[in-house]
Ligand binder design. Structure first.
Ligand code: SF4
Ligand code: SF4
Length: 183
């Protein structure tokens, strides 16, 4: 009994006092190699519809929608990784097909940046840089679409008015036509 106790004490003492070396340098060797690892988000502004579903479902309010000066998408999500819990709900709920406009890319530990002080908190955001040229191109496309729609509506309106006029004319002619003699 006494032997067993002293053996355990020795083992604990050895564990506490013996210098240990880390088997792995986790800073240099990325640990997240699993294919199911939910890593940093990738946002595809070019297929995002701005539906806001990712923002609404986020359980910790880690998503902030960035407004854009176009109709679709009129906003795109940006993610604060400092409060994100990597649940993946934003990706699950995103309706775009076949690709998701927001997805957790996996295997990326670049989100762990610098020292996380207030000066570097910007590094914890997944920002979406939408190029000016793309915005301008979308604006032109939207203007062209709006012009075509207005043209079509004007055409339909003119056709409806012409039809109405023809019907009224026919009615007038019918009422003015000489009635058959009564017997
Ligand atoms: S992974 Fe979860 S917590 Fe992170 S932004 Fe998406 S919904 Fe929010
Ligand atoms: S990323 Fe997906 S869910 Fe979020 S606003 Fe865009 S389309 Fe909607």
């Amino acid at each position: 009994m006494l032997f067993q106790i002293s053996e355990r004490v020795l083992r604990v003492l050895k564990a506490v006092t013996e210098p240990r070396e880390a088997i792995k340098d986790v800073v240099k060797e990325p640990a997240h190699k699993s294919p199911v690892f939910r890593g940093r988000h990738v946002v595809r502004y070019d297929i995002c519809t701005g539906c806001d579903a990712c923002n609404k479902i986020c359980p910790v309010d880690a998503i902030k929608m960035k407004p854009l000066p176009i109709k679709r998408p009129n906003k795109v999500p940006e993610v604060n990784l400092a409060i994100c819990i990597f649940c993946g709900l934003c990706e699950d709920v995103c309706p775009t097909k076949p690709e998701k406009a927001i997805k957790l890319s996996g295997g990326d530990i670049e989100m762990i940046t610098h020292d996380g002080t207030h000066d570097t908190l910007e590094n914890f955001w997944v920002r979406v840089d939408v190029p000016e040229e793309w915005i301008e191109k979308k604006k032109k496309e939207e203007e062209e679409k709006a012009r075509k729609k207005a043209e079509m509506l004007a055409k339909k309106k003119a056709e409806a008015e012409a039809k109405k006029k023809a019907e009224a004319e026919a009615k007038k002619q019918e009422s003015e036509a000489p009635k058959g003699e009564e017997k």
